[in-house]
Design a protein around this ligand. Structure first.
Ligand code: SAH
Length: 256
């Protein structure tokens, strides 16, 4: 087996129970198409192939390509490339409905996921391994929200599949991990607009939302405060207290 490379964020999953949990959550059927980002040495890939789904694997490390080709031959469609590029426009690769299943490279995982979600052809469902801290932010509830929580939850219903300790990987990463499931159903017509508004709202987490929005040129302290009160929130609410539904209402109110 090739040595794991730090530069590619390589931590190969070894735990059969975690792999089973990922496969169960993905709920693939024969004939489905699943994209795997970073197949590595192919442990998860093997389990994906066994579901009978068509597997499209994107691997950036050219040294792994011969290993994967030898293992899978034409059982999978193997692409040497950067998933960050594919994520901008997945249509040429997967023209029909598709699923994403991946033990993401942590250094670029959030970016890859956000790009796939924001693309014109997002996956129907994604089951991905991320750093626990990142997964917690993606699943956060009002009170603990961040720009990442809003940016993900506006696109998808997010839930936890399983927590994964460092010992499930070789070599073990320094952080805990979590497998999360994203069922993609955008909550608004134009999620990127809502994310742009939230970006202004989250200019400073320590400041009140009405201050951030005023400073960002969206409404005045008074109008924002009044609208927050109408939504049943304190006028002094900070951005992390709002749900995605609150942001949607706010967007409508300010015709942002
Ligand atoms: N899925 C494997 C490996 C996970 S480690 C397993 O569970 O065992 C992350 C994998 O993503 C590595 O194979 C790494 O080479 C690959 N990778 C890193 N950056 C990438 C990128 N930008 N695009 C595609 N693959 C990438």
């Amino acid at each position: 087996m090739p040595r794991a490379k730090k530069s590619f964020g390589q931590h190969f999953l070894q735990s059969p129970s975690v792999i089973r949990a990922i496969i169960e959550a993905a709920d693939l059927n024969p004939g489905d198409t699943v994209v795997e980002v970073g197949p590595g040495t192919g442990v998860l890939t093997r389990a994906l192939v066994e579901t009978g789904a068509k597997v499209v694997a994107i691997e950036a490390d050219r040294d792994l390509i011969p290993v994967l080709s030898a293992e899978f031959g034409d059982q999978i469609e193997l692409i040497l490339g950067d998933a960050l590029d594919v994520a901008r426009d997945p249509v040429p690769l997967v023209p029909g409905p598709w699923f994403l299943c991946s033990n993401l490279p942590y250094n670029v995982g959030t970016e890859i996921l956000e790009r796939f979600l924001a693309s014109s052809h997002p996956p129907v469902r994604a089951v991905v391994m991320v750093q626990k801290e990142v997964g917690d932010r993606m699943m956060a509830r009002p009170g603990d929200m961040s720009l990442l929580s809003v940016a993900v939850q506006v696109y998808a219903q997010v839930s936890r599949v399983v927590r994964v300790p460092p010992g499930a990987f070789v070599p073990p990463p320094k952080v805990d991990s979590v497998v999360i499931q994203l069922d993609v159903t955008p909550k608004v017509q134009d999620p990127e607009r809502l994310i742009a508004l939230a970006k202004i709202g989250f200019r400073s987490r320590r400041k009140q939302l009405r201050k951030n929005l005023e400073e960002g040129g969206v409404g005045t302290r008074e109008t924002v405060g009044a609208f927050l009160a109408q939504m049943g929130l304190p006028e002094t609410a900070r951005p992390q207290e709002l749900s995605v539904e609150n942001w949607i209402d706010l967007m409508g109110y300010f015709a942002f």
